[in-house]
Design a binder for this molecule. Structure first.
Ligand SMILES: [Zn+2]
Length: 624
């Protein structure tokens, strides 16, 4: 026995109590069901909610009545979106164009109970271009049953702009080079808080802002507030956490920060974004690891936050040189660890024993943090599935790795899972990465192939089979491209800049890139010229992906050939890399907005720099 979407569309909608999120659930049901021609059957959808904890829901479907009962009001919203999904709706990209309806679905009668695997499921909006579109992203997150939104800024914003307005042009923003989140929050903060409340969502706020709480200009008068490095006080990076003056200044700046940016559940005031060497070596700090020094600073922030916003917490970032658990300093009760395994490999799951880089290099420190913080619910996981900086313009599907990661995290007791969305470019077409994260965050046991099938059907209608093939080919290509093998990261290079050390690992990477390219080009060949649904936009997305993957792969192939003394092979590959980089730049000319400039300009410059370095290598090959 089933209920048809047309029958459902004829039902009236009632809420049993007054609550913003229940009203929002009723509004969403009306908004979506109005798109379906209604049958004449009478019936009612009743929305109710308990007081929690958690945002599970039960939907009871009978011929003339559907009852949606949330464990809390957000749970009722989840139930409403679940019901709409059964009726054929899906939300694949921000904005109205991303709302899709697949006809022909039916809703089974009976009792349907669903609970999320993670209590807090977070979309991180990590750059100005995404903040500019925050209402659409918040709505997309909510409809895909995420319950937390994190306003984070890469590159970090400035606290000391004194009311300056954000420039309007690409060139001005590229020259400024910093984020504009603080100005965004000054203008939109009340609206963001109201929207989050309507959607039953919590908010997180911040980024690498610890150093800006202690302006570097103070160094002249107070050198002892800043870290001792190589025998001298140095204002670059962080602070000396043994200095009473620095701590007093930090306390007062932290108070001002929390008061200027109210309303978050979790605040982030992390240390400088560097691999290491940012902390203090003075007599009183020398015995403390970077993790301990960072936690000592975070505990100071936590003490202030407890006075300003007693229910909120502040994050201790475990990342680069603070990835190891603190050993000497005990976290304050309102400090949560934030585990951010950015240098891990995305070709393997985080705990996959087949990948020692992940299993020993990243999963072990995670287990250590869990021990230090005493409880996995205090270790929040900051993942990178929608990070087009880390992925260098690309957008891997992480079809298998993402749910495998989330099974590992859920199995270890993690309750907060977060996905960083940050990008130097728009994502035309459906945003698989954000959609898939939301699905797997609700249920890490979700079947990847079934999910891909449903996604393609919703996005591409009659051309779904061709896109499914294309996406599977991309997945194969990405698995090869993202494999870090035995390569050791070069200082000041990013992960996907790869490396020539050890030499044999670069040769293996070059061969792997040849195979990866075959898959990327197979993906390009498998989609029609004028596809249905969101297919035209997806072609635009594929254009930048193929261009940059071709650039990156050929750069690595040329690097290996140059070191092998194969001048002809290196020249051919680097010429292909140059052509593909030009195609990337052309794409950027057509698609970037000024808001992308503070990330895109540097990333394009870096790609040209790395290409030039390989050309120099090739130029140095002596011809016998
Ligand atoms: Zn010190």
């Amino acid at each position: 026995m089933t209920l048809s979407p047309a029958t459902l569309a004829g039902f009236t909608i009632e809420t049993t109590a007054r609550h913003d999120a229940l009203d929002q659930a009723a509004h969403e049901l009306r908004l979506h069901l109005a798109r379906i021609p209604a049958a004449a059957t009478r019936g009612v959808i009743r929305l109710s909610a308990s007081a929690g904890p958690g945002d599970a829901f039960t939907v009871t479907v009978a011929p003339n009545e559907v009852r949606i009962a949330g464990a809390n009001p957000r749970g009722a919203l989840n139930g409403a979106f679940w019901l709409l999904e059964q009726a054929g709706f899906s939300w694949l990209a921000p904005g109205g164009d991303g709302t899709r309806f697949t006809p022909g679905r039916v809703i089974p009668l009976g009792v349907h109970e669903h609970a999320p695997a993670f209590a807090r499921r977070t979309l991180i909006l990590g750059c100005d271009a995404l903040h500019d579109d925050w209402p659409a992203w918040l709505q997309l997150a909510s409809r895909n049953r995420l319950n937390d939104i994190f306003f984070h800024d890469t590159p970090p914003s400035r606290l000391d702009r004194a009311g300056a307005l954000r420039p309007a042009t690409y060139d001005e923003l590229a020259a400024d080079g910093r984020g504009w989140l603080f100005e965004r929050w000054d203008s939109d903060g009340p609206a963001i808080r109201a929207a989050a409340s309507d959607h039953g969502m919590t908010i997180q706020f911040g980024g690498h802002h610890l150093p800006s709480l202690l302006p570097r200009e103070l160094f002249a008068g107070h050198p002892d507030w800043f870290p001792l490095r190589n025998g001298e006080r140095n204002p670059r990076y962080n602070l000396c956490t043994s200095s009473d003056g620095a701590i007093a200044a930090l306390r007062s700046a932290a108070r001002a920060f929390f008061e200027r940016f109210p309303g978050a559940d979790v605040y982030h005031l992390w240390a400088d974004d560097i691999r290491g060497g940012g902390w203090c070596e003075c007599d009183r700090c020398a015995g403390l690891s970077p993790s301990d020094q960072a936690l000592r600073a975070t505990n100071v922030l936590a003490d202030v936050l407890a006075e300003v916003a007693p229910a909120a917490s502040v994050a201790h970032l475990a990342y680069h040189d603070t990835i190891e658990p603190p050993a000497a300093v005990v976290p304050a009760p309102n400090v949560a660890a934030l585990y951010a395994p950015r240098p891990r490999s995305y070709a393997f799951a985080i705990d996959d024993p087949a990948c020692p880089h992940n299993a020993s290099g990243h999963w072990q420190p995670f287990l250590g943090l869990r021990k230090t913080f005493g409880d996995a619910s205090r270790v929040h996981v900051f993942e990178y599935y929608s990070d087009a900086i880390l992925y260098r313009w690309l957008a891997p599907l992480n079809l298998e790795v993402l749910p495998a990661d989330l099974r590992a995290y859920a199995g270890a007791g993690v309750t907060t899972i977060e996905d960083l969305a940050v990008t130097p470019r728009p994502w035309p077409g459906p945003a698989w990465h954000a959609w898939w994260f939301a699905r797997a965050a609700w249920d890490p046991q979700a079947d990847p192939n079934a999910a891909l099938h449903a996604f393609c059907e919703a996005a591409f209608e009659s051309d779904a089979p061709a896109f499914e093939q294309a996406f599977l080919a991309l997945e194969d290509g990405y698995r090869l491209l993202l494999d870090l093998g035995e390569l050791q990261q070069i200082p000041r290079h990013d992960i996907l800049d790869f490396s020539d050390t050890p030499r044999e690992a670069l040769a293996a990477k070059g061969r792997q890139m040849e195979r990866a390219l075959d898959h990327f080009h197979r993906a390009a060949r498998s989609i029609p010229l004028a596809p249905a649904g969101m297919g035209m936009a997806a072609r635009e997305e594929l254009a930048i992906v193929i261009s940059y993957a071709t650039h990156l792969a050929n750069r690595v192939i040329a690097w290996d050939a140059a070191l092998a003394g194969d001048r002809a092979g290196a020249l051919a590959a680097i010429a292909d890399a140059r052509t593909a980089l030009s195609a990337t730049e052309d794409w950027c000319q057509r698609h970037l907005t000024p808001a992308h400039a503070n990330l895109a300009a540097n990333m394009l410059r870096a790609a040209r720099y790395h290409t030039g370095s390989i050309e120099t290598l090739i130029g140095a090959i002596t011809v016998p």
